[in-house]
Design a binder for this molecule. Structure first.
Ligand SMILES: [Zn+2]
Ligand SMILES: [Zn+2]
Length: 344
């Protein structure tokens, strides 16, 4: 089968790889009909997140179950399914407490040996461990391009908001308007934010955030602290989502949050960074971090996608074939794309 593999920083390749085989009764094999290129794939592409040469990329997928182990009961061969970016066993301490994203046996698709040694979904076939929790049936009539977002990008935007315990009437500021940030804007609106500020430097992304009902702030032209303070009686935002994964963005988030506010650090970190802990402490901020509990949110996110209250379709900017994936990575790297969708 064909698969998109990591070769070296800045280089991915479409290669022939062996087809996956079931190794446990809880696994399934999915024929991938749609996959996505994600911001976290770019971290690998840049060499910031290390991965072995020749490893298959990709963790967002929609497809059809072609094989299922004897313990797979929630989906069956022939079902159209969507996948989560990570797997969960459902039995360990963390799964029993609902923290599926921290499952002791959790593995992330397409992130190499350090995150569970699980080959990615930018391929014709993908092996899915713990298929009962990792896969869900796609509701009838939901397009692939919508379903693709449930198990990663929209689930993550949703997580950034609900994990910060947003309550209706609060003010949210989202820093970084990549796909996750834009999904967080939508989730903030759906969860009842009175005001949503959206901060970035890319005009197209700011325009999209505005279309989703946010007040866009172009960092090139405006200091976000002024409008956020003006809207909150000088206090700052109740919730700030840091969807960049850069110390400057984190620092801005800490400054934009009100006293006793919440900072939701959903951007990816793989290295040591400096945080002004004195400011965090004196403001009594709560800092939430880590990748999203998409398995835990999945049913609600699918329901919101199905009802149309969350709608990621404006984020899909490019449709390419699997063979064109190297070009897709290059386009995304130049920030000319938001979501690149691949079809075998
Ligand atoms: Zn992703
Ligand atoms: Zn578990």
């Amino acid at each position: 089968m064909r698969a998109v593999t990591f070769q070296a920083p800045g280089e991915v390749r479409v290669e022939e790889r062996p087809e996956p085989r079931l190794t446990s009764p809880e696994e399934a094999i999915v024929r991938v009909e749609t996959s996505g290129i994600c911001g976290s794939d770019l971290h690998i592409y840049h060499g910031r997140v290390k991965m072995e040469r020749g490893f298959t990329l990709g963790h967002e997928f929609v497809g059809t179950v072609v094989e299922a182990g004897s313990a797979v009961s929630e989906v069956a061969v022939g079902d159209r399914v969507l996948g989560c970016f990570c797997t969960a066993c459902g039995r360990c301490f963390f799964c029993r407490h609902g923290d599926y994203h921290k499952c002791d046996h959790g593995r992330v698709f397409g992130h190499g040996k350090t995150l569970g040694d699980l080959q990615g979904a930018q391929a014709e076939l993908v092996l899915v461990p713990h298929a009962n929790l990792t896969l869900r049936r796609v509701p009838a009539g939901m397009p692939d391009e919508v379903a693709l977002f449930a198990g990663d990008v929209m689930g993550t935007g949703y997580h950034a908001i609900v994990d910060a315990n947003l309550v209706p009437g609060e003010t949210v500021c989202v820093i970084g308007l990549g796909p996750v940030g834009l999904c967080a804007v939508q989730a903030a609106k759906v969860c009842g934010a009175a005001h949503v500020f959206a901060v970035d430097r890319v005009p197209e992304r700011l325009a999209l955030a505005e279309r989703f009902g946010a007040r866009a702030i172009d960092l090139e032209k405006e200091d976000p602290r002024e409008p956020v303070r003006a809207a909150t009686g000088g206090r700052g935002a109740d919730v700030v989502v840091e969807a960049v994964g850069h110390p400057e963005a984190l620092d801005l988030a800490i400054r934009l949050a009100r006293k006793a506010g919440r900072v939701s650090g959903i951007g990816v970190y793989a290295e040591r960074v400096q945080v002004h802990m004195g400011l965090v402490w004196i403001k009594a901020l709560s800092l939430r971090t880590g990748f999203a509990n998409v398995v835990g949110h999945l049913d609600r996110v699918i329901a919101l996608l199905e009802s149309g209250r969350l709608d990621p379709r404006p984020l899909v900017t490019h449709h390419l074939s699997l063979n064109e994936a190297p070009e897709g990575y290059a386009i995304y790297d130049r920030r000319e794309a938001l979501k690149v969708v691949l079809k075998p």
